[in-house]
Design a protein around this ligand. Structure first.
Ligand code: SAH
Ligand code: SF4
Length: 350
């Protein structure tokens, strides 16, 4: 019999578990506090549980924290971890230090099916979705390994979160539940390549997090070439969706990500078109100079090009940040630690 994974259940599901064990609802709060506030992974260590509930949990449930199979630390303190799930699949999570605060970048899938041509994660395709419990377990591992409180979560690791909508929603709800992990919804950001219907679902579901959209190009010709999803949801449709999101969420600010690829989307015309696309939009723009990886068909633009592009956006009043990939000495692209580790294992097996 498969055991229920406790650190992947919502408060309501823990409540139901207490009901099934025949104990009062108040114990659900104790469970939530022990698991999600103290990141406890040992049922025996949960204090003051009625013996019926403890027996029930020991019998039917377990807690999960993945093994960390590889880790790299950059000079700036950024740490990349490779985490192994129960079926042996591995995903990356990254701990980023900024202004004394710790941000964790969470993977939502093993691989990704979206096929963006500048992204290393895309090259292996999609293996499977991660469950909410596995995403929660990334945070558990991040907390334990850093020994510090993670303050921000960004769903910008491996995978397209909105291709795994239900589990991602469950994860975001667990992460932001004030009775548990209690991340402020303003400190959780979901990044998508632009799955339009799912963004409308986020509006309907009032998902408690920020939205980031990877725009990455200013013409449909270029965007369709580097992001196949654009053939289904072209730029005009995506931008209208972003505007609808902002309005529906009471002028909630969005993040627009723009990967800069030398000679592909970094011209002055691109900067001018980007200004037009974002005109009047309440957003912050993150420029992400391309992180190269082996066999990539793109190059990172020169710093001077990035700087002029940034200035053109800022000149008309945009809030724009050049997001230098933290931990550049260890990282390059997302998915790299996984790829390198796999290559090393192949070498040592040969
Ligand atoms: N799938 C989601 C979230 C994960 S990717 C999305 O696409 O939004 C997180 C961000 O990294 C995205 O903005 C993506 O465009 C960017 N990215 C992917 N590969 C990159 C690379 N090689 N260099 C710089 N940014 C990259
Ligand atoms: Fe998937 Fe995002 Fe990479 Fe595109 S950029 S392949 S959506 S992880």
């Amino acid at each position: 019999m498969n055991k229920i994974i406790l650190n992947g259940l919502t408060y309501e599901q823990l409540l139901e578990l207490c009901r099934q064990a025949g104990v009062k609802a108040v114990h659900a709060e104790r469970l939530v506090a022990s698991i999600y506030r103290r990141y406890n992974t040992d049922i025996a260590a949960i204090a003051d549980l009625p013996s019926a509930l403890r027996r029930y949990l020991t019998d039917k449930a377990c807690m999960f924290e993945p093994d960390c199979t590889a880790s790299q630390q950059a000079e700036d303190g950024t740490r990349k971890l490779l985490l192994k799930m129960t079926d042996g699949r591995e995903v990356e999570t990254v701990l980023i230090q900024a202004a004394g605060r710790l941000t964790q970048c969470i993977s939502t899938q093993v691989g990704c099916a979206a096929g963006c041509s500048f992204c290393l994660t895309a090259t292996a395709g999609l293996s499977r979705n991660l469950s909410a419990a596995e995403m929660v377990s990334e945070v558990f591992a991040g907390q334990r390994i850093s020994g510090r409180k993670v303050r921000n979560l960004v769903l910008m690791g491996m995978g397209e979160p909105l291709h795994n909508y239900d589990e991602v929603v469950r994860f975001v709800r667990i992460a932001t539940d004030p009775r548990g992990m209690a991340f402020s919804p303003n400190r959780v950001t979901l990044s998508t390549s632009g799955l339009v219907p799912a963004i409308y679902r986020m509006i309907e579901d009032e998902l408690p997090c920020n939205l980031a959209v990877s725009l990455n190009a200013t013409t449909d010709a270029v965007r369709s070439r580097i992001m196949p999803i654009n053939r289904k949801y072209p730029i005009a449709v995506l931008m209208q969706t972003v505007r609808d999101y902002i309005t529906a969420r009471g002028n909630k600010r969005v993040l627009i990500e723009y990967v800069m690829l030398a000679g592909v989307n970094d011209s002055l015309d691109d900067a001018a078109r980007l200004c037009e696309l974002l005109d009047g939009l309440d957003c912050t723009i993150n420029l992400l100079p391309f992180n190269p990886f082996d066999a990539a068909e793109f190059k990172r633009p020169d710093d001077a090009v990035v700087s002029v592009f940034r200035a053109m956006l800022a000149e008309v009043g945009n809030v724009v940040v050049v997001r230098e990939s933290k931990g550049r000495d260890i990282s390059a692209a997302c998915g790299q630690l996984k790829t390198e580790t796999a290559a090393r294992r192949r070498q040592s097996a040969a």
